[in-house]
Design a protein around this ligand. Structure first.
Ligand code: GMT
Length: 380
């Protein structure tokens, strides 16, 4: 198939999933056309089946905000027409689903019929999308998509709860490339970070409020009173300064390192004994899946779709959002020498359920079904 993929190229899990999906599909022989405002950060592979079309956002002194959605819709129209695409797959509803609807209508006037698949990723539904300033457009564009997928059962449920959506939503979870995300032997690095055999806790995120990084620091402070531990924080975002101050206030800085954004996150995960994800909202938790693939148990909140991935008492523990007391008890339980090997083994076994080889066929089958239904619709 010839597929156009639209996503946010630089930040967030939705862009990572979209780019990895496009790369995997291209290896299966599909022709994949990325339509984004800059080169997706994970599009690091040369392949004859991969193409990149940059959205040209023209500004003008009259515009306080450049009309990105219009530039995107225009680009979609041209790419669909000139590359003869079979399907458009847009990731993150805002504003990609409504821009795709507009492109579809323009193309229809020209006798070109393009089915649109929208994948809902999380905050496009649970946070930004349900805000009254976007809700009517999000509802409309979900209902007008030819196919809709959500990355967890919980996100599907939340979509029906918050929006007047009257159509089927297929759940297709996030996936992982186990060739890339696997535990690497990094003993020398581990000894440098944990010279006295301390246990290593890791958190990776974009340091937004919904990630509750302060709970990571609170749990770490409490665990550190009981056993020797170190903490690595990977990523960057609006809450980072505040977290650095909190770390000083807790007097834990000598055992905490802020590493900033890292490309090879799997190298850090390969050292970890426990991954922390205390998020307030999390539709799936791709970062936790990456940790599990590197044999790292997960201590998480029970937000959104996380419990569908992190099996309570098996691959780690799932606690109420903000319950740092229970999180601390659970962290100590996982980190005990007696329990840790079992949790690590279970984490890897669970990650295998989400291997790209298992999830990719679900997308391919969904595309096929969507195209067939669109043809039937047209014939009516
Ligand atoms: O919060 C992020 O990390 C970014 C956000 C996005 O949409 O770009 O990620 C969401 O999509 C990921 C991929 O489907 C999911 O694994 C994350 O759980 C989800 N984040 C939230 O729901 C907060």
């Amino acid at each position: 198939m010839k597929i156009g993929i639209v996503c946010y190229p630089t930040f967030g899990g939705s862009g990572v999933v979209a780019t990895e999906l496009g790369k995997a599909l291209s290896k299966e022989g599909h022709k994949i056309h990325f339509i984004t405002y800059s080169q997706p950060s994970r599009l690091d592979l040369f392949n004859e089946n991969l193409f990149y079309h940059e959205v040209d956002i023209k500004s003008y002194p009259l515009f306080e905000h450049a009309p990105y959605e219009l530039a995107l819709a225009s680009k979609m129209v041209n790419v669909v027409k000139y590359e003869e695409l079979d399907l458009l797959h847009v990731h993150y509803a805002i504003p990609h689903a409504s821009a795709a609807y507009m492109a579809k209508q323009i193309l229809k006037e020209q006798g070109v019929h393009i089915p649109v698949v929208t994948t809902l990723h999380g905050t496009d539904i649970t946070l930004v999308g349900k805000d009254p300033s976007y809700e009517p457009v999000v509802t409309f564009s979900i209902n007008k998509s030819d196919g809709v997928t959500a990355v967890s059962e919980d996100l599907r449920r939340a979509t029906f709860e918050h929006f007047d959506v009257k159509r089927h939503i297929e759940v297709i979870p996030n996936f992982i490339d186990l060739e890339r995300f696997k535990r690497q032997k990094k003993e020398h690095f581990k000894r440098a970070i944990c010279p006295n055999g301390e246990k290593l806790l890791v958190h990776t995120s974009n340091f937004r409020k919904v990630k509750r990084v302060e709970d990571v620091l609170k749990v770490f402070k409490k665990v550190r009173k009981v056993i020797p531990v170190k903490l690595l924080l990977v990523g960057d975002g609006p809450e980072r300064d505040k977290m650095e101050r909190l770390c000083r206030q807790y007097d834990t800085c000598e055992d905490v390192r802020f590493l900033g954004k890292l490309e090879a996150v799997e190298e850090v995960l390969s050292l970890a004994d426990l991954f922390l994800m205390p998020s307030e909202k999390e539709s799936f938790g791709l970062a936790a899946l990456e940790a599990m693939a590197c044999e790292v148990p997960v201590l998480s909140s029970n937000a959104g779709g996380i419990p569908e991935l992190n099996l309570d008492g098996v691959t780690g523990y799932v606690c109420d959002v903000g319950d740092v007391e229970t999180m601390t008890e659970r962290a100590l339980e996982i980190l005990s020498d007696e329990n840790l090997p079992r949790f690590k083994e279970n984490a890897l076994a669970r990650a295998k359920d989400f291997d790209v080889s298992k999830i990719l066929p679900l997308y391919e089958a969904f595309y096929q079904k969507t195209v067939e239904n669109a043809v039937l619709e047209l014939a009516k």
